[in-house]
Design a protein. Sequence first.
Length: 738
Amino acid sequence: MNRSPLCGGESSRLFDARSRGFGMVQVLLLIAVLAGLATMGYLQWRERSAVDSSRQERQALSQADRAIVTFATVMRRLPCPDTNRDGIEDCGAADQKGWLPSVSLRLAGADPGVDVGQLRYLVQRGGGKNDLTVLDDAWRPLEYDTTGKTYATMRETTATGGEYQADILTLTDICQRLEDGRTTAYTPGMAEVRSSPVRTTAYALVHPGNDDADGDGSLFDGANASADSAVEDPTLRPLLSRYNDIVLERSYTSLLAGLHCAPLIDSINTVALAHDVVLQVDDLKTGNIAAAKQAIVFAALGAAITAADMTGTILGGIADAGNAAVEWALCAATLGLAVNACAAAPQHTAAVALTGGVLYANGVSVGLNVVAAIMAGNALALADSSVDSSTLTCPSTDYTQALNAAKKEWDDAVAARDALITKINNKTNELNTANVARTNAINNLVAQVRAGGTSTSIDSRIQPVLDAATNWESSSFSLSAATQRRDNYQTAVTQWTNQVATYADMLANRTTLITQLNADIAALDAQIAATTDPAVKATLQKQRLEKTSQLTLLNDPVALQGEYDKAVTERNNAQANLNAAQADLSAAQASVGSAQTSFQTAYSNLRNAGRYTIFVGAVAAATGCTTTASGVCQTGDIVTSGGIQGALVDLFGGSSVTPDPDAKYLKPIKLQRELNALQSQLGEANKRVTDAQNIYNQLKTQADNPPPCNITGKGVTPMPPSAALDILIKVDQKGGTR
């Protein structure tokens, strides 16, 4: 029981002094509250901006990566960097790092999806065989070497004294350069990733993020900002906000898989096997029985080579599967804020998806090698009556290493999924604990209000505070979503408005621009013909390429009008979406303001309830008093102010303006979102298990069901070697038998 010892004039004088002092305290508290609100708003805005920016940055990198792969498929080489930011590749320079050559990519039929100079681009131009921007005859079908009895030498061309056609330039040539790069040890000067240890790379793309994180005057941070041949490790995480770049690296292995190099090369080499078998069969006609026996051995060597390729594919796929699991986990667990992980995960996942198709193609190659052996065995039995065809055997493939690796990946995938399930269970337990803590905190608030009674006249003021806190959290979440939608549509409107203006200018001045471009191209042609300086000639040729691309669109008014109409439609759609999003945002802002006012009012109504009745059963047993003002509580009242304030702080945090999301009442909502993030990974974890199991089963099926071997000696009709060579050359020229 609290009783006031003061009375009369002395009490009045003290009350006046305290009132003046309390007015200053109120001002200071208001300033502190406003500062806190400003800080919370800034942090929420920064988090939303990070999520939105990271999504757009990942999309830009992914589209640019697809454009480079398309360019490589069409041009059979990688593009050179753009060193002067005009969008055109600068192959005359020796630079390995520059800007994404978006104009050159479009001319090759690819859409990089980004403006000129937006992305850094590093490509391997290590010199000699390791220069991926050069197209030459780097690959030719393998040839059986009768001297060493191996199948590991490239065919000699007419330029080097052989019979094979020189300068057949197809996708296999860049495949060969990628393989050379993959097996070349790192030396200073090569395009590299700053990892530990340093590793070389086929190419890499860098997005600078949305600001200069390290404050050095360049949007790019760390090694990404320098002119040397290096980029930062894609797994590098932001450190004290000094690094926010995203690096997308294409390793040699990933690009080999992306271009389907293994089945492509195997398909041509299979035809080469058949050609060499024809040579051996032709030798049979002159009694060269030993050559036919070598042909059988040769087919066995081909099967062994295919088995080695298949094992390498499995191991590469397993590595990518593990990387994908790690990156997807980090991306989901951070709700999309780990931008480097979110950018890398799709690349690893895509590489894993290729593994099954490559295994099938290699399995077909094994079968073709067996067919070649059967052909040679039949020819041998036909040519030499002393040969017992039952003693001739077909080549077999050793799947042991590949099966062991595939089984380990399957086991690892199951273990990773089980670990994730454990995390989900732990988070569920944490959520359950938080729910219990919230319930206890609510019960404590009720107990402090009732002060030992069973009910009070202000019990009805408790639930409104809880409801107001819940409503504030929901409104705040809706505001974040509405702000993000508004920002996305605003960006789209700006981009499409600029595009419409560009096309409108081209339509309005088409004739003038065509005339001017033709004159410019003619002048450039004259300069190119007159100059003897290679550097000057290369610069002029780049300028001509850019003007030619502009002229192509101007000369097709239907296509130009179509592009303009499309841009107008997209701009209008984006503007309509922006208007709707802005209305949603205004409504969300009003809702948050209303929710905050409701919380403050409900909080104050309970905290400053004044004097109230405490009941035990239906009997009024005592008078309680809770207030922040003096002179309200009277002698004999049970003063509950301290207990109620402590319970409110325990439940909602220290502010009476907005509840704290980490305090006991709202923490279960936060934990539920974290649990949802973990549960979102479960689908990827199950997919990894399924993919690993499918690959193992596919390998097991191939191992348990070898191609049938039927050497009977029933007879063959030999093909002339010249015809077989002609078929091989045509297959090589057309890019394999896929």
